[in-house]
Design a protein around this ligand. Sequence first.
Ligand SMILES: *[C@@H]1O[C@H](CO)[C@@H](O)[C@H](O)[C@H]1NC(C)=O
Ligand SMILES: *[C@@H]1O[C@H](CO)[C@@H](O)[C@H](O)[C@H]1NC(C)=O
Ligand SMILES: *[C@@H]1O[C@H](CO)[C@@H](O)[C@H](O)[C@H]1NC(C)=O
Ligand SMILES: *[C@@H]1O[C@H](CO)[C@@H](O)[C@H](O)[C@H]1NC(C)=O
Ligand SMILES: *[C@@H]1O[C@H](CO)[C@@H](O)[C@H](O)[C@H]1NC(C)=O
Ligand SMILES: *[C@@H]1O[C@H](CO)[C@@H](O)[C@H](O)[C@H]1NC(C)=O
Ligand SMILES: *[C@@H]1O[C@H](CO)[C@@H](O)[C@H](O)[C@H]1NC(C)=O
Ligand SMILES: [Cu+2]
Length: 593
Amino acid sequence: MVFTIGKAAALVALLCTLITALPSIEALKPRVAWKENGLSDHQKRQNGSPTDGECTHGPSSRGCWHGDFNIDTDMDEHWPNTGKVVTYHLDITNDTMAPDGFSRPVMVVNGQLPGPTIVADWGDILEITVTSHLTANGTGIHWHGMRQLGTNQMDGVNGITECPIAPGETRFFRFQATQYGTTWYHSHYSVQYGDGLWGTIIINGPSTANYDIDLGTLPITDWFHATSFTVNAATLHAKGPPTSDNILVNGSMTSSSGGKYAETTLTPGKSHLLRIVNVGINNWNHVGLDGHKFTVVAADFTPIVPYQADSINVAVGQRYDVIITANSTVSNYWLRVGTGGRCDGPNSNAANIRSIFRYAGAGSAEPNSTAATPLPTGCYDEQVVPYVKTTVPQNTPDRLSLGFTDTAGSGDLVQWLVNDVPMLVDLGYPTLQHVVDGNDTFAKARNVFKVGEKHKWQYWVIQQSAAAPPVPHPIHLHGHDFYILDQQASTPWSGDISRLKTDNPVRRDTATLPGGGYLVLAFESDNPGAWLMHCHIPFHVSAGLGIQFLERMDEIDASGGMLEGGCKSWKAWEDDFVGKRNGSILIGGDSGL
Ligand SMILES: *[C@@H]1O[C@H](CO)[C@@H](O)[C@H](O)[C@H]1NC(C)=O
Ligand SMILES: *[C@@H]1O[C@H](CO)[C@@H](O)[C@H](O)[C@H]1NC(C)=O
Ligand SMILES: *[C@@H]1O[C@H](CO)[C@@H](O)[C@H](O)[C@H]1NC(C)=O
Ligand SMILES: *[C@@H]1O[C@H](CO)[C@@H](O)[C@H](O)[C@H]1NC(C)=O
Ligand SMILES: *[C@@H]1O[C@H](CO)[C@@H](O)[C@H](O)[C@H]1NC(C)=O
Ligand SMILES: *[C@@H]1O[C@H](CO)[C@@H](O)[C@H](O)[C@H]1NC(C)=O
Ligand SMILES: *[C@@H]1O[C@H](CO)[C@@H](O)[C@H](O)[C@H]1NC(C)=O
Ligand SMILES: [Cu+2]
């Protein structure tokens, strides 16, 4: 096994400090929003949902979990406290690998690509030790989509919640899985995760439809043959998006240099849960399996009313859990992955991205299956209906204007701006250090938006300005799920709040801001912290496309000593490496995120 469980004995003293530093989650619970179950009684019975009394989680009762916790539970407000601690050790190394047959430098977790999958049950505590064996970069690990309720300093975002982890240093993370479903972790150190520094996360919990077998995660990423830092240095001065060379499905693909297709085995007659994750850096992924439909049951960490689809479209950072019933002829089938097309930048291998799904007993030949219909193109979000209903009050959003420059004066430097400012963090003086110091004066480039209200809905519209090329962006918020109240391409926000979808809007942590248009979102200020909101295309957030909400600053708990210790060793390393204390290791125009 690539990770070690229970290796933390030597760290007990430090962890105890962290444990006592955690604020009471109880104290942070939001007011009760009006929420109700979205399924018919018939569907509830099919799911084994406990409308009919106690039930036990199993293949024909996936709606159940334990005790009072089940698919009807609103995980924004309630979760089990299992008392169980799940321990992982992640070692970050600089290596050379050939996931599609082409050998190139990578940065990976525990010597593997994908990194190890972190698995826990809903309500467990995760204790994760991260050690950097890099020599020439800082690093860090962000746990994408994890709410971090009351644990902002565990968010793993350099320049915001911590200083980067310096070479040779170790950092400890401890937080509770208050949500369940599928997600991933990745470096937030500039464009570093594009070089392979990521893995997936499964938090076991109930489901809105039944299945027999959990196949685990299927991460998909676009892949360059040059390193991310090399591509980014060029992209910051280029007129258009970079062309990625390939797409990896579960860490593998073919290319003119060799490689192989990833393989997944299906058991004939059984239904299978597959957790599809776009861990990529540019492309929207359209995913379909020849001869089979998907029953889609979750979007990001949100259980949804199940629906059938021939394929799904996954933006960078998004996840869909789908069920595949192996009731076709026993054979081998292609899983096909297409890109957005014109909207998401080119991919050299776009027409030929596949993996193999074999029925057990079908033999080892390549599939000869065909797609019933070609995969769609485009960059958009699937229309889904959250299973646990929420009503968001109607209100007027504040405006965030997305701008763009690549003009003279900055040497053709490409920058994405929010309200005229391209974001830039100070790796050595993160936002949480401001909080610890009681310093609420922030440089303009930190793009800090203060949210002082307790348990109030916050409304924002992100509007693409005329200056911005009309391309879509996958917008991701840390520390919260947001509700999508409106989302339109090629048109300005009219200001008409009667347009807003307030009756059970989609709730998730990553959503598409359509090209030339706008995205209206809302979240409740129920989690004190410094929370990044950014485009999840690394080249775009590196070029400035981000802001941070500084939510209830006076209630943020950044004690425990992790921040100070981490910044001391980072500054010592950077000082030595760069040769000057206040200089930056970042190239001009790189935000550090
Ligand atoms: C990775 O290793 C290569 C080759 O030794 C070196 O040039 C590079 O600086 C290293 N990168 C990091 C981030 O440690
Ligand atoms: C990270 O390391 C790579 C070499 O592996 C180097 O090219 C790049 O400049 C470094 N970037 C930062 C921000 O440390
Ligand atoms: C992805 O690859 C890993 C490592 O080979 C394997 O254990 C896992 O089952 C694969 N996942 C799927 C869904 O095929
Ligand atoms: C196979 O399973 C799917 C999903 O449950 C169902 O919609 C379909 O009708 C089944 N097909 C056959 C041939 O039984
Ligand atoms: C397709 O592949 C399956 C499984 O290998 C095989 O049984 C079948 O004969 C093939 N069909 C054709 C038309 O080649
Ligand atoms: C507060 O932060 C600002 C911006 O980084 C900095 O210029 C200033 O020196 C800080 N003040 C104190 C008292 O540390
Ligand atoms: C430190 O930063 C300031 C402001 O960016 C700059 O003017 C000064 O030259 C820097 N000092 C060194 C030694 O790099
Ligand atoms: Cu973007």
